[in-house]
Ligand binder design. Structure first.
Ligand code: PLP
Ligand code: ZN
Length: 418
């Protein structure tokens, strides 16, 4: 068995420490609790070579994840490409642009496979046999897929109006899917009650501190793929606000254990205007966000009106000299189409949000054109096809004769010459 360096849970507000158990909030002040490690011991143990020699998946960084034994769920998650996006960079008018492409994460095509791999491995360590989540879609897909492969029973709670592909991509795995007539925040509240009543392991409720740590691996990979350094800017989509904070924590941890140098990296947050509690807090200079009661956006995966980590996400953005913006549904759809046309990457609505926000920040001068930028693409476009259908040209229909195609080509060429 591997040595483990995780020491316990600590309240992010008052610092009170707790042993490793299925606990989400501090019993003193309801502050969220977070996993902490023995970084001095880690420094002696890990090295770039140790990580590089291992298979290219998220578990190569396992000393920095909160398991006490070997991982047992999601063994192939992570190791997604960091793509140099020169064609997109040219359109956006910037020099150096990268895309971290978690739209092709295994097995369920979003970054949520990272958090679920940790949460369900941890659920097994704790002895849970029934698991679940409250989800805006991608988490539902991932918990259902990974639970099926692990032989765990899964109860998945979602807002009833999610995209068809996200519902189907959950029930296909045999999970029990419960569509709730309400917003994500109402679904989440119901799940807290379900966990209290039935004692199950819900990945983003009582397993949340462990679950959230999985997101760090997106940051570890970015730094390693850049040759063990951080970029000057990252743009991250925000729903509950955990991912942006965990990529930041990942860069800090790599520096703490001596694997990278500390350099300034500005964190920028991306939301949809129809559900923008965190970007609104940043733009209006508020420390705490104002919850959005009725989210209304095509970016359903990001539609969390009262984000659990909203305060910390806004703080990371402020502390690193980044910014946050939000974009309309039309801008989101255009962003999806632009990413596909320039880089051959079909991202979901959250990817459209990230790209459109980056474009806005470039125009505002907050992403300087000569500085290096990484865009975090977190989910796959095949799950949200309706969002983009109206900005695409319809296929041209012809008969089976070659002349019909020739005539068509002539028309196209003439139109191009006009
Ligand atoms: C595709 C996608 N991107 C980004 C996020 C945001 O993650 P977080 O809730 O950690 O802010 C989500 C959350 O559901 C998501 O589904
Ligand atoms: Zn506390």
């Amino acid at each position: 068995m591997q040595a483990h360096f995780v020491r316990g849970l600590k309240c992010r507000l008052c610092g009170k420490e707790y042993p490793l158990k299925a606990l989400n909030f501090c019993t003193e002040d309801f502050g969220p609790v977070e996993v902490f490690y023995d970084y001095d011991a880690l420094k002696a143990e890990v090295s770039r070579q140790v990580f590089e020699r291992r298979p290219d998946n998220m578990w190569r960084y396992r000393e920095l994840l909160p398991l006490e034994g070997e991982p047992t769920v999601g063994l192939h998650v992570g190791g997604t490409p960091l793509v140099k996006a020169d064609r997109l960079a040219e359109v956006l008018g910037v020099e150096t642009l990268w895309i971290k492409n978690d739209a092709v994460n295994f097995p369920s095509l979003s970054f949520k496979d990272r958090v679920v791999a940790v949460a369900l491995s941890k659920a097994r360590e704790f002895g849970f046999t029934t698991v679940g989540c409250a989800s805006t879609g991608n988490l539902a897909n991932s918990v259902a897929a990974n639970a099926a492969a692990a032989g765990l029973e899964a109860y998945i709670f979602i807002p009833a109006d999610l995209e068809r592909a996200k519902v189907l991509g959950t029930s296909v795995y045999g999970a029990k899917v419960i569509g709730v007539h309400g917003t994500y925040d109402e679904v989440n509240r119901l799940c807290s009650q379900v966990v209290d009543r039935f004692g199950w392991g819900f990945v983003n409720i009582n397993l949340r501190p462990f679950y959230a740590e999985g997101s760090k691996t997106m940051g570890f990979e970015i730094a390693q793929q850049l040759g063990w350094r951080t970029p000057q800017h990252v743009v991250v989509p925000m729903a509950g606000g955990a991912l942006i904070g965990k990529i930041h924590k990942a860069f800090q941890e790599l520096a703490m254990v001596g694997l990278i140098e500390t350099r300034r990296c500005a964190f920028h947050g991306a939301q949809a205007t129809g559900c923008n509690p965190i970007s609104d807090a940043v733009k209006t200079g508020r420390e705490a966000h104002r919850p959005v009661k009725r989210p209304n956006t095509i970016a359903k995966s990001l539609a969390i009106g009262d984000p659990a980590d909203g305060y910390f996400a806004a703080k990371v953005i402020r502390d690193t000299g980044g910014w946050a913006e939000d974009v309309s549904d039309a801008e989101i759809a255009e962003g999806m189409a632009l990413l596909a046309r320039t880089e051959g990457i079909f991202a979901e609505t959250a990817g459209g949000v990230t790209l459109a926000v980056a474009r806005k920040l470039i125009e505002q001068g907050r992403l300087p054109r000569d500085e290096e930028i990484v865009l975090c693409i977190t989910g796959n476009g095949l799950k949200t096809q309706d969002a983009v259908v109206d900005c695409l040209e319809k296929p041209t229909l012809i008969g089976t004769a070659l002349q019909e195609f020739e005539a068509l080509l002539e028309k196209v060429t003439e139109a191009a010459l006009v």
